[in-house]
Design a protein around this ligand. Structure first.
Ligand code: FES
Ligand code: FES
Length: 200
């Protein structure tokens, strides 16, 4: 019967080897400063005071680089109209417009959106006059609990502006990133079609 050789244990590192490894790490070049390119290639700042322009007003807030735009809006600026549903890009409750394009604010960092034009549901009405999309949601009874409604409305504003509200099927397709647990979908589609008719 052949005997199996038992591998000899790894030699313990000597004190000298540990000190040499530490010195080598210390000699590495310093990490680059905390700036990183945003989507357009411009440098962004952080951590520190981050300017965010929301509904035409510029707010400067002390934000860590990890803070999402959604949390900055709700927790730091106090605009709670934008809702947090899933917080991972699945429900659309957090939809806002950035430079006119709809985005899910839970999926983007606040520092990436400085120097951009952010619009939330609070920025749609003109005084007492509701935006046509807001009015259409009321006319068509496009909500029950209302939790998804700010996101639906912001998405609908972009959907109509994009010209993606030509028929019911098109509206369903281009609003498909916004979920409604109350299942108001037929009324939401009707609201978007009504608003598109008024805005065209
Ligand atoms: S909270 Fe952002 S997609 Fe659900
Ligand atoms: S109205 Fe309740 S989730 Fe849409």
């Amino acid at each position: 019967m052949s005997s199996t050789a038992i591998p000899s244990p790894e030699p313990e590192p000597t004190r000298r080897a540990v000190i040499k490894a530490g010195a080598a790490i210390a000699a590495l070049p310093a990490a680059p400063s905390r700036t990183c390119p945003d989507q357009a290639g411009k440098p962004v700042k952080g951590p520190g005071r981050v300017p965010l322009t929301v509904n035409g007003v510029t707010y400067e807030r002390l934000l860590e680089p990890r803070v999402s735009l959604l949390d900055a809006l709700r927790e730091s600026i106090g605009l709670t109209g934008t809702k947090k549903g899933c917080d991972r890009g699945e429900c659309g409750a957090c939809t806002v417009l950035v430079d006119g394009r709809r985005i899910k604010s839970c999926l983007t960092l606040a520092i990436m959106q400085q120097d951009r034009d952010i619009t939330t549901v609070e920025g749609l009405a003109r005084g007492e006059e509701l935006h046509p999309v807001q009015r259409a949601f009321i006319d068509q009874d496009g909500l029950q609990c209302g939790f998804c409604t700010p996101g639906q409305i912001m998405s609908a504003v972009a959907c109509t502006a994009e010209g993606h509200a030509g028929d019911d099927a098109e509206v369903r397709e281009w609003m498909s990133g916004n979920l409604c647990r109350c299942s108001c979908y037929p009324n939401i589609v009707a609201a978007v079609r009504q608003a598109a008719g008024e805005l065209s």
